[in-house]
Ligand binder design. Sequence first.
Ligand code: HEM
Length: 194
Amino acid sequence: MSTSERPTILRRAPESYSAASKWLHWLTAACIFFLIPSGLSLEHLPEGVIQNTFYDLHRSFGFVVLCLAILRVGVRLYYGAPAAYAGLTPFERIASQAAHMALYVLIFVTPMLGWAATSAYPVTVSVFWLFNLPMIAPANEDLFKTLILGHKIAAFTMAGVLAAHIGGALMHGFIKRDGVLARMLPDGFMQPRN
Ligand code: HEM
């Protein structure tokens, strides 16, 4: 079997992120930039239509993140991902790989815990008022409290990892001005300094 005939997951790592990986990365980021502030404000909103609408939107975008996560793992297995940027220090390489791994786990775990907590409350998740998701946990107050605590811990962990991830990406893009940030941007969008 020649190299090009091998399944993509067994071939050499590609030189850049695929367009599909980039789209999925930025769509996920856009959802999360809505989910974190909306999640923090949900309990503080006045009860009624506005609060209910934000709960529905928060749950709907959480479900979108879960779908994007599934697609993303599929795309990553199919197209692969480029090796770490050659100019990274050993610390940067290990830290960025750990952050990426944590983010992959958290984009599954956080929405799943939110969905399970909502089921245990018990409330049905309505996705953009178009269709309902099945209940995935039995109605139980103690279970709800445990699951919602897990959801909040996962969300705060994600926010912390993201702060480091985004800080690192911006530092590479605007201070070191190497090719790291450009790897996740559309081709030719940002030229590294050297
Ligand atoms: C907000 C939600 C975000 C999530 C969940 C997320 C997650 C991830 C993950 C899992 C990877 C690894 C991709 C892979 O190797 O398969 C990655 C790569 C990357 N992300 Fe993010 N990211 C987010 C936001 C951002 C933002 C706002 C920026 C820029 C300011 C950014 C910049 C990058 C860059 C440059 C890479 C490629 C790093 C490399 O070449 O090794 N990300 N992101």
